[in-house]
Ligand binder design. Structure first.
Ligand SMILES: [Zn+2]
Length: 290
Protein backbone atom coordinates (compact mmCIF):
# COMPACT_ATOMS: atom_id res chain seq x y z
CA UNK A 1 0.00 0.00 0.00
CA UNK A 2 2.89 2.28 0.72
CA UNK A 3 3.95 2.18 -2.90
CA UNK A 4 0.53 3.41 -3.96
CA UNK A 5 0.69 6.38 -1.65
CA UNK A 6 3.30 8.31 -3.60
CA UNK A 7 1.65 8.26 -7.01
CA UNK A 8 -1.61 9.26 -5.36
CA UNK A 9 0.12 12.09 -3.52
CA UNK A 10 1.85 13.24 -6.70
CA UNK A 11 -1.43 13.11 -8.60
CA UNK A 12 -3.22 15.04 -5.87
CA UNK A 13 -0.44 17.61 -5.74
CA UNK A 14 -0.48 18.01 -9.53
CA UNK A 15 -4.23 18.42 -9.44
CA UNK A 16 -4.02 21.07 -6.74
CA UNK A 17 -1.16 22.81 -8.54
CA UNK A 18 -3.17 22.76 -11.75
CA UNK A 19 -6.22 24.15 -10.02
CA UNK A 20 -4.21 26.89 -8.35
CA UNK A 21 -2.46 27.70 -11.63
CA UNK A 22 -5.83 28.05 -13.33
CA UNK A 23 -6.98 30.14 -10.40
CA UNK A 24 -3.89 32.33 -10.65
CA UNK A 25 -4.48 32.73 -14.37
CA UNK A 26 -8.06 33.76 -13.74
CA UNK A 27 -6.91 36.21 -11.08
CA UNK A 28 -4.33 37.66 -13.47
CA UNK A 29 -6.92 37.92 -16.23
CA UNK A 30 -9.39 39.66 -13.94
CA UNK A 31 -6.91 42.55 -13.92
CA UNK A 32 -7.23 42.78 -17.70
CA UNK A 33 -9.79 44.88 -19.56
CA UNK A 34 -12.58 43.40 -21.67
CA UNK A 35 -12.09 43.00 -25.45
CA UNK A 36 -15.20 41.09 -26.47
CA UNK A 37 -17.94 38.80 -25.20
CA UNK A 38 -18.17 35.04 -25.59
CA UNK A 39 -21.20 34.32 -27.76
CA UNK A 40 -21.92 32.68 -31.10
CA UNK A 41 -24.77 35.06 -31.89
CA UNK A 42 -24.21 37.43 -34.79
CA UNK A 43 -24.25 40.46 -32.50
CA UNK A 44 -21.64 43.14 -31.89
CA UNK A 45 -21.51 46.23 -29.70
CA UNK A 46 -21.40 49.58 -31.49
CA UNK A 47 -19.41 52.05 -29.39
CA UNK A 48 -18.26 55.65 -29.83
CA UNK A 49 -15.74 57.70 -27.87
CA UNK A 50 -16.51 61.41 -27.49
CA UNK A 51 -14.00 63.92 -26.13
CA UNK A 52 -14.30 67.18 -28.02
CA UNK A 53 -16.38 69.20 -30.47
CA UNK A 54 -20.07 69.68 -31.16
CA UNK A 55 -20.31 68.99 -34.91
CA UNK A 56 -19.78 65.25 -35.37
CA UNK A 57 -21.91 63.94 -32.54
CA UNK A 58 -25.25 65.37 -33.82
CA UNK A 59 -24.50 63.89 -37.26
CA UNK A 60 -23.79 60.49 -35.75
CA UNK A 61 -26.98 60.66 -33.68
CA UNK A 62 -28.98 61.58 -36.79
CA UNK A 63 -27.68 58.50 -38.62
CA UNK A 64 -28.46 56.27 -35.65
CA UNK A 65 -31.96 57.68 -35.42
CA UNK A 66 -32.58 57.23 -39.16
CA UNK A 67 -31.39 53.62 -38.92
CA UNK A 68 -33.30 52.91 -35.68
CA UNK A 69 -30.00 51.93 -34.12
CA UNK A 70 -28.69 52.38 -30.57
CA UNK A 71 -25.08 52.51 -29.44
CA UNK A 72 -22.89 53.04 -26.38
CA UNK A 73 -21.15 56.43 -26.00
CA UNK A 74 -18.03 56.73 -23.87
CA UNK A 75 -17.94 60.44 -23.10
CA UNK A 76 -15.29 62.35 -21.20
CA UNK A 77 -16.27 64.35 -18.12
CA UNK A 78 -15.21 67.83 -19.35
CA UNK A 79 -17.03 67.32 -22.65
CA UNK A 80 -20.19 66.21 -20.84
CA UNK A 81 -19.99 69.26 -18.60
CA UNK A 82 -19.74 71.71 -21.50
CA UNK A 83 -22.22 69.96 -23.85
CA UNK A 84 -25.29 69.19 -21.74
CA UNK A 85 -27.70 69.30 -24.67
CA UNK A 86 -25.66 66.75 -26.59
CA UNK A 87 -25.44 64.39 -23.61
CA UNK A 88 -29.22 64.66 -23.26
CA UNK A 89 -29.59 63.95 -26.98
CA UNK A 90 -27.49 60.79 -26.59
CA UNK A 91 -29.79 59.57 -23.81
CA UNK A 92 -32.96 60.71 -25.58
CA UNK A 93 -32.03 58.43 -28.49
CA UNK A 94 -32.12 55.40 -26.22
CA UNK A 95 -28.34 55.12 -26.29
CA UNK A 96 -26.15 53.98 -23.42
CA UNK A 97 -23.88 56.44 -21.62
CA UNK A 98 -20.44 55.29 -20.44
CA UNK A 99 -17.32 56.96 -19.05
CA UNK A 100 -14.24 57.99 -20.99
CA UNK A 101 -12.70 59.45 -17.84
CA UNK A 102 -11.83 63.05 -17.02
CA UNK A 103 -8.48 64.30 -18.35
CA UNK A 104 -7.76 62.56 -21.70
CA UNK A 105 -4.39 61.21 -20.64
CA UNK A 106 -2.72 57.80 -20.52
CA UNK A 107 -3.61 56.24 -17.18
CA UNK A 108 -1.58 53.03 -17.44
CA UNK A 109 1.40 54.40 -15.55
CA UNK A 110 -0.52 56.43 -12.97
CA UNK A 111 -1.01 55.73 -9.28
CA UNK A 112 -4.23 54.24 -7.97
CA UNK A 113 -5.22 57.57 -6.42
CA UNK A 114 -4.61 59.46 -9.68
CA UNK A 115 -6.69 56.90 -11.57
CA UNK A 116 -9.45 57.05 -8.96
CA UNK A 117 -9.47 60.87 -9.05
CA UNK A 118 -9.81 60.83 -12.84
CA UNK A 119 -12.69 58.36 -12.82
CA UNK A 120 -14.48 59.93 -9.86
CA UNK A 121 -14.41 63.41 -11.42
CA UNK A 122 -16.01 62.10 -14.61
CA UNK A 123 -18.47 60.00 -12.61
CA UNK A 124 -19.70 63.05 -10.68
CA UNK A 125 -20.43 64.89 -13.92
CA UNK A 126 -21.99 61.96 -15.77
CA UNK A 127 -24.25 61.12 -12.81
CA UNK A 128 -25.90 64.52 -13.16
CA UNK A 129 -27.38 63.10 -16.37
CA UNK A 130 -28.14 59.54 -15.34
CA UNK A 131 -29.36 60.33 -11.83
CA UNK A 132 -29.35 57.30 -9.58
CA UNK A 133 -28.48 54.98 -12.45
CA UNK A 134 -24.86 53.96 -12.08
CA UNK A 135 -22.67 53.86 -15.14
CA UNK A 136 -21.16 50.44 -15.76
CA UNK A 137 -18.45 50.83 -18.37
CA UNK A 138 -15.22 52.81 -18.57
CA UNK A 139 -12.91 53.11 -21.56
CA UNK A 140 -9.51 54.51 -20.60
CA UNK A 141 -8.26 57.37 -22.79
CA UNK A 142 -6.23 56.09 -25.76
CA UNK A 143 -7.02 52.55 -24.61
CA UNK A 144 -4.03 52.83 -22.25
CA UNK A 145 -4.49 50.53 -19.26
CA UNK A 146 -2.73 48.64 -16.49
CA UNK A 147 -3.92 46.14 -13.91
CA UNK A 148 -4.15 49.09 -11.52
CA UNK A 149 -6.51 50.89 -13.92
CA UNK A 150 -8.78 47.84 -14.23
CA UNK A 151 -8.89 47.15 -10.49
CA UNK A 152 -9.27 50.78 -9.44
CA UNK A 153 -12.10 51.22 -11.91
CA UNK A 154 -13.76 48.06 -10.64
CA UNK A 155 -13.55 49.40 -7.11
CA UNK A 156 -15.56 52.39 -8.30
CA UNK A 157 -18.15 50.16 -9.99
CA UNK A 158 -16.76 50.29 -13.53
CA UNK A 159 -15.66 47.52 -15.88
CA UNK A 160 -12.78 48.60 -18.12
CA UNK A 161 -13.57 48.10 -21.79
CA UNK A 162 -11.18 48.20 -24.73
CA UNK A 163 -12.37 47.04 -28.16
CA UNK A 164 -11.83 44.28 -30.67
CA UNK A 165 -12.50 46.07 -33.98
CA UNK A 166 -10.80 49.43 -34.46
CA UNK A 167 -12.29 51.49 -37.28
CA UNK A 168 -9.35 53.95 -37.12
CA UNK A 169 -11.91 56.55 -38.17
CA UNK A 170 -9.95 59.21 -36.27
CA UNK A 171 -7.23 58.97 -38.94
CA UNK A 172 -9.78 60.01 -41.59
CA UNK A 173 -8.55 57.24 -43.91
CA UNK A 174 -11.54 57.46 -46.28
CA UNK A 175 -15.14 56.36 -45.91
CA UNK A 176 -14.68 53.02 -47.68
CA UNK A 177 -11.62 52.16 -45.61
CA UNK A 178 -13.56 52.73 -42.38
CA UNK A 179 -16.49 50.64 -43.60
CA UNK A 180 -14.24 47.81 -44.80
CA UNK A 181 -12.24 47.67 -41.58
CA UNK A 182 -15.38 47.26 -39.49
CA UNK A 183 -17.39 44.96 -41.77
CA UNK A 184 -14.54 42.63 -42.73
CA UNK A 185 -13.48 42.29 -39.10
CA UNK A 186 -16.90 41.19 -37.87
CA UNK A 187 -17.12 38.32 -35.38
CA UNK A 188 -19.73 37.32 -32.78
CA UNK A 189 -19.44 39.30 -29.56
CA UNK A 190 -17.03 41.91 -30.95
CA UNK A 191 -16.81 45.46 -29.61
CA UNK A 192 -16.53 48.03 -32.42
CA UNK A 193 -14.70 51.31 -31.80
CA UNK A 194 -15.72 54.52 -33.56
CA UNK A 195 -15.42 58.16 -32.53
CA UNK A 196 -17.85 61.08 -32.50
CA UNK A 197 -15.35 63.86 -31.82
CA UNK A 198 -14.89 66.65 -34.35
CA UNK A 199 -11.37 65.63 -35.37
CA UNK A 200 -13.09 62.65 -37.06
CA UNK A 201 -14.58 63.93 -40.29
CA UNK A 202 -15.79 60.74 -41.98
CA UNK A 203 -17.47 58.74 -39.22
CA UNK A 204 -21.03 59.89 -39.96
CA UNK A 205 -20.50 59.23 -43.67
CA UNK A 206 -19.23 55.69 -43.07
CA UNK A 207 -21.84 54.81 -40.45
CA UNK A 208 -24.85 54.16 -42.74
CA UNK A 209 -22.89 51.62 -44.82
CA UNK A 210 -21.47 49.98 -41.68
CA UNK A 211 -24.95 49.49 -40.24
CA UNK A 212 -26.62 48.45 -43.50
CA UNK A 213 -23.87 46.11 -44.73
CA UNK A 214 -23.68 44.33 -41.38
CA UNK A 215 -27.45 43.96 -41.19
CA UNK A 216 -27.49 42.51 -44.68
CA UNK A 217 -24.95 39.97 -43.51
CA UNK A 218 -27.26 38.97 -40.67
CA UNK A 219 -25.45 40.93 -37.98
CA UNK A 220 -27.16 42.82 -35.20
CA UNK A 221 -25.55 45.88 -33.62
CA UNK A 222 -26.36 46.39 -29.95
CA UNK A 223 -25.26 48.47 -27.00
CA UNK A 224 -22.47 47.20 -24.80
CA UNK A 225 -24.97 46.54 -22.01
CA UNK A 226 -26.98 44.34 -24.36
CA UNK A 227 -23.89 42.48 -25.55
CA UNK A 228 -22.85 42.01 -21.91
CA UNK A 229 -26.01 39.98 -21.33
CA UNK A 230 -25.18 37.55 -24.16
CA UNK A 231 -22.18 35.85 -22.60
CA UNK A 232 -19.13 36.10 -20.37
CA UNK A 233 -16.70 38.94 -20.96
CA UNK A 234 -13.38 37.92 -22.50
CA UNK A 235 -10.20 39.58 -21.21
CA UNK A 236 -7.77 38.25 -23.79
CA UNK A 237 -6.77 40.60 -26.61
CA UNK A 238 -7.69 39.03 -29.97
CA UNK A 239 -6.22 41.86 -32.01
CA UNK A 240 -3.41 40.92 -34.32
CA UNK A 241 -3.67 37.24 -33.34
CA UNK A 242 -4.99 36.15 -36.72
CA UNK A 243 -7.75 34.27 -34.92
CA UNK A 244 -11.39 35.19 -35.34
CA UNK A 245 -13.05 34.50 -31.97
CA UNK A 246 -16.43 32.80 -31.53
CA UNK A 247 -16.31 31.46 -35.08
CA UNK A 248 -18.39 30.25 -36.80
CA UNK A 249 -21.44 32.21 -35.71
CA UNK A 250 -24.81 30.64 -35.16
CA UNK A 251 -26.92 31.24 -38.24
CA UNK A 252 -30.64 31.67 -38.53
CA UNK A 253 -31.31 33.81 -35.47
CA UNK A 254 -32.25 36.76 -37.63
CA UNK A 255 -34.51 36.39 -40.63
CA UNK A 256 -34.58 40.06 -41.53
CA UNK A 257 -30.86 40.44 -41.84
CA UNK A 258 -29.88 37.31 -43.71
CA UNK A 259 -31.07 38.18 -47.21
CA UNK A 260 -28.42 37.24 -49.74
CA UNK A 261 -26.64 40.15 -51.38
CA UNK A 262 -28.40 39.38 -54.67
CA UNK A 263 -31.59 40.60 -53.00
CA UNK A 264 -29.99 43.92 -52.22
CA UNK A 265 -29.61 45.59 -55.61
CA UNK A 266 -26.99 48.21 -56.06
CA UNK A 267 -25.08 47.40 -52.92
CA UNK A 268 -22.63 44.74 -53.92
CA UNK A 269 -19.50 46.86 -53.80
CA UNK A 270 -18.95 46.84 -50.07
CA UNK A 271 -17.00 43.88 -48.74
CA UNK A 272 -18.43 41.84 -45.94
CA UNK A 273 -17.27 39.10 -43.70
CA UNK A 274 -17.78 35.86 -45.57
CA UNK A 275 -18.63 32.68 -43.71
CA UNK A 276 -15.64 30.38 -43.64
CA UNK A 277 -13.37 32.27 -41.32
CA UNK A 278 -11.13 34.49 -43.40
CA UNK A 279 -8.15 35.83 -41.50
CA UNK A 280 -8.75 38.80 -39.28
CA UNK A 281 -7.25 41.92 -40.83
CA UNK A 282 -4.29 43.33 -38.99
CA UNK A 283 -5.63 45.71 -36.41
CA UNK A 284 -3.46 48.40 -34.94
CA UNK A 285 -3.92 49.05 -31.27
CA UNK A 286 -1.49 51.89 -30.84
CA UNK A 287 -1.76 55.59 -31.45
CA UNK A 288 -3.83 58.35 -30.03
CA UNK A 289 -7.47 58.73 -30.80
CA UNK A 290 -10.26 60.98 -29.68
ZN1 LIG B 1 -10.51 59.11 -26.44
Amino acid sequence: MQRLWWPAAVAAFSLLAGVSLAGAQRAAESAHPVYYVETRQKAMALTFDVSWGDKMLPKVLAVLQAEHQQATFFVSGPWAQTHPDLVKAILAGGNELASHGQAHVDLGGRSASAIADNLAAADTILRTYTGSTALRFFRPPNGDWSGRVVETARGLGYETIIWSIDSLDWKNPGINVIVRRVVSGAFPGAIILLHASDTCRQTDLALPSIIQDLRRGGWRLVTLGQLWAMGPAVRRDPRGSGVRPNWPPVEGASSAGTAPSSMAPGRNAAPRAAPGSPPVPAVSSGGAAA
